[in-house]
Design a protein around this ligand. Structure first.
Ligand code: G
Ligand code: G
Ligand code: MN
Ligand code: NA
Length: 250
């Protein structure tokens, strides 16, 4: 309860920050973008991870305001990076369900001047199917605004690729639980390979999340995932460190 009270003021008090985790193209090994990840710099508890406070922010609906702030911050930062780098921003189902998310995205794009095609919005499988019909109107509205739509945490929910092909998705992020199991369970590697191949046939890219070992990196290369992300390749870092990474990669 104390934490909920603190959270309602965290944004106004300037305690929220974004970390940027690098994402790499699998075929070339080159940096291709970053995922923006919220951090709460709590005055007494220190740095708090989103897994510990995003659910609270969703419950209180504070995520609508926090998410809009994060979106603007990430777009403004992206505008200062080389044009070929994309920035991914996570969307909560609450942000999609409350208010006008398409207008929020359009306003943030206009105010920051970032090229819309460089922005990817990550929506989880469970969020997309929260009401058992996905909200096609919002997805198409976002697409019309020029941003790309990425399905986050794929494989943890109920949807099949057959069902997803009806949605305007640009990319699928394969949940890190599959990557984690791949070394020990060859079925996980087969699943990753199958998702990557089917997604490619449907015109969608794939990102493998949670690459922590050299063996996992080699596996996603064999599976021909498009992109990869994980602690082996790069940890979430500050905007300044991200800029240094981008400069070094240029
Ligand atoms: O950084 P970390 O791995 O702890 O992130 C945990 C979860 O928090 C992830 O599932 C991520 O999608 C979510 N998250 C991180 N940043 C944001 C954000 O800006 N908005 C929303 N809605 N979720 C976020
Ligand atoms: O759910 P989402 O994909 O948005 O979550 C991103 C989260 O995954 C971030 O909190 C980030 O810190 C975390 N993450 C990124 N790379 C790795 C990794 O290699 N291993 C683990 N365990 N978590 C990771
Ligand atoms: Mn994500
Ligand atoms: Na994810």
């Amino acid at each position: 309860l104390e934490m909920e009270l603190d959270l309602s003021q965290a944004l106004a008090k300037g305690q929220l920050e974004l970390a940027y985790q690098p994402i790499f193209a699998v075929a070339s090994g080159r940096l291709c973008g970053f995922e923006a990840l919220l951090r709460w710099n709590h005055p007494r508890r220190g740095l708090i991870d989103p897994a510990a406070f995003v659910p609270l922010a969703e419950e209180s609906r504070a995520i609508v305001e926090i998410g809009a702030w994060a979106m603007r911050r990430a777009m403004a930062d992206a505008a200062g990076f080389p044009e070929h780098l994309r920035f991914a921003i996570n969307l909560s189902p609450i942000q999609i369900g409350v208010g006008d998310i398409v207008a929020t995205v359009r306003d943030a794009l206009a105010d920051t001047g970032v090229a819309p095609g460089r922005i990817e919005l990550e929506i989880t499988e469970t969020a997309l199917f929260a009401q058992d019909q996905p909200n096609f109107e919002i997805l198409h509205g976002l697409r019309q605004a020029g941003v790309r739509i990425v399905l986050d945490d794929f494989g943890t929910g109920y949807s099949s690729l057959a069902r997803l092909r009806l949605l305007p998705l640009d990319k699928i992020k394969i949940d890190r639980s599959f990557v984690h199991d791949a070394g020990s369970q060859s079925s996980s590697e087969a699943i990753i390979e199958a998702i990557a191949a089917l997604a490619a046939r449907l015109g969608m890219a794939t990102t493998a999340e949670g690459i922590e070992t050299q063996g996992q990196w080699e596996m996603v290369r064999r599976a021909r995932c498009t992109e990869a992300q994980g602690f082996l390749l790069g940890r979430p870092c500050s905007a300044r460190e991200a800029a240094a990474l981008a400069a070094a990669a240029a």
